[in-house]
Design a protein around this ligand. Structure first.
Ligand SMILES: C[S@@+](CC[C@H](N)C(=O)[O-])C[C@H]1O[C@@H](n2cnc3c(N)ncnc32)[C@H](O)[C@@H]1O
Length: 416
């Protein structure tokens, strides 16, 4: 295949270097940086990086030996200022596409080893088991032995996890392992495998788990082992995670987001003493808010709400937390139901909160706080709120997904 020499002009939304081919069409070159001259092979608008001829002064050595192959990270090869500025710019551009011009605060930085929740894949080869992430744009697994993003206790457990999952794998299936680092040890959930129905298989799993600092093991929805409670905490308030339940990926960033939100909330006036937490999960924000507010937590996941109920029982000196199980996409809280709150938080899934936001836009709640892992759906929802009379007062990106192209954000809206 022909070699092309290209000049990289910018860093695209997927973290790839973007150049223009001799025919004048854009070419996306993974692992290339703006300003670099590179040799590539071009296939269907994508350039495979062969050599960096003139490197950028922003290029650095990646922290992970798997980086060139592993699809888990996209941005380890550039200096922090460029990385942080790129994440901010991505957010600003996504908002600008909806006609929203907002000052984006500096990125709240993440740190190495801060990710407490990993979703890994596992397959069996002739001789061994591979555990890791898929290669970039591929279904081929990279067998990882290190990962600077993950909490060290998860990385240390990789050899033992390989042994544990082995009897559950056939030569064909790709198992999914969700591993959460908790105060009581690792909470491991193995899915996409046959249930461990036979007593002999369960005994084997118990034996193999001896080499792990394990709190709980769940296989195909069936809890096999619970050595300890998988305790987690929200700004110091204790909770017990249900198997595979949603949690912010990093405890450090979670607590920084809670601190930021509490600061925003305390800066607002709260004459009614009431807060609403929509898409509450197991109470990441409801519980810290309940130190000062009566809270209504709304969520559709029964297991999450059960965990929240349990966490309320574990915490002392909280104001009342009321729980409402509701599918907010089908039946959002109406403008009528939204009366009498000082502040409403909403932290929807990636798809956003379109139906709920349409009702919030009609409400008179003085302060709204959005938490989002998707700038695109956030920008769409922000447009609805702004058209309904809210003003986007502040917007802060958090680097929850270190070295990836993803951005977590907290936005504050006030009624004009
Ligand atoms: C991004 S998580 C946030 C959870 C929580 N705020 C936290 O920080 O841990 C989104 C939550 O929304 C819930 N959810 C998703 N779709 C929903 C819907 N249509 N109605 C109610 N809750 C929903 C999920 O179960 C999940 O707990």
């Amino acid at each position: 295949m022909a070699e092309n020499i290209l000049q990289i002009q910018s860093l695209g939304a997927g973290g790839d270097g973007v150049a223009t081919s001799p025919e004048g069409v854009p070419v996306f070159v993974p692992l290339a940086l703006p300003g670099e001259r590179v040799a590539v092979e071009i296939t269907d608008g994508r350039g495979k990086l062969l050599r960096v001829i003139e490197p950028s002064s922003d290029r650095i050595k990646p922290v992970c030996a798997h980086f060139a192959q592993c699809g888990g990270c996209a941005l380890q090869h550039l200096r922090a200022p460029l990385y942080e500025d790129w994440k901010r710019q991505q957010l600003a551009q996504t908002l600008a596409a909806r006609g929203l011009k907002t000052q984006v605060s500096p990125l709240v930085a993440g740190t190495i080893g801060m990710r407490r929740r990993a979703v890994l894949s596992a397959t069996r080869t002739k001789k061994s088991v591979m555990i890791g992430y898929f290669k970039r744009s591929s279904h081929e697994l990279v067998d990882i032995h290190q990962c600077p993003v993950l909490s060290p206790d998860i990385v240390e457990a990789l050899p033992a996890l390989r042994k544990l999952v082995r009897p559950l794998l056939s030569r064909k299936n790709v198992a999914r392992l969700s591993v959460l680092s908790t105060k009581g040890g690792l909470d491991v959930v193995i899915d996409k495998v046959e249930p461990a129905a036979e007593a002999s298989m369960r005994i084997k799993l118990v034996e193999l788990s001896a080499g792990l600092s394990l709190a709980r093991l769940t296989v195909a929805g069936d809890m096999i082992i619970e050595k300890d409670r998988p305790y987690i905490s929200f700004d110091g308030l204790k909770a017990i995670s249900p198997p595979g339940g949603f949690l912010q990926a990093s405890q450090i960033i979670q607590d920084k987001m809670i601190a930021h939100i509490l600061e925003l909330v305390s800066a607002g006036k709260a004459p009614k003493g009431r807060a609403l937490d929509l898409y509450s999960g197991m109470g990441t924000f409801s519980l810290p808010l309940a130190r000062n507010f009566k809270v209504l937590a709304v969520e559709y996941d029964k297991a999450a709400l059960k965990a929240l109920q349990q966490a309320i029982g574990l915490s002392k000196r909280l104001k009342p937390v009321e729980i409402l199980e509701r599918d907010l996409a089908i039946m959002p809280l109406s403008a009528l139901e939204l009366r009498d709150y000082d502040v409403a938080l909403f932290d929807p899934p990636r798809s956003g909160a379109r139906a709920q936001v349409a009702e919030l836009a009609k409400s008179d709640i003085p302060q709204l706080i959005a938490i989002s892992c998707s700038p695109a759906s956030f920008a769409r929802d922000a447009r609805i709120l702004i058209d309904g009379g809210y003003q986007l007062k502040s917007l802060t990106p958090f680097d929850q997904f270190l070295f990836s192209t993803h951005v977590e954000l907290v936005g504050e809206f006030v009624k004009k």
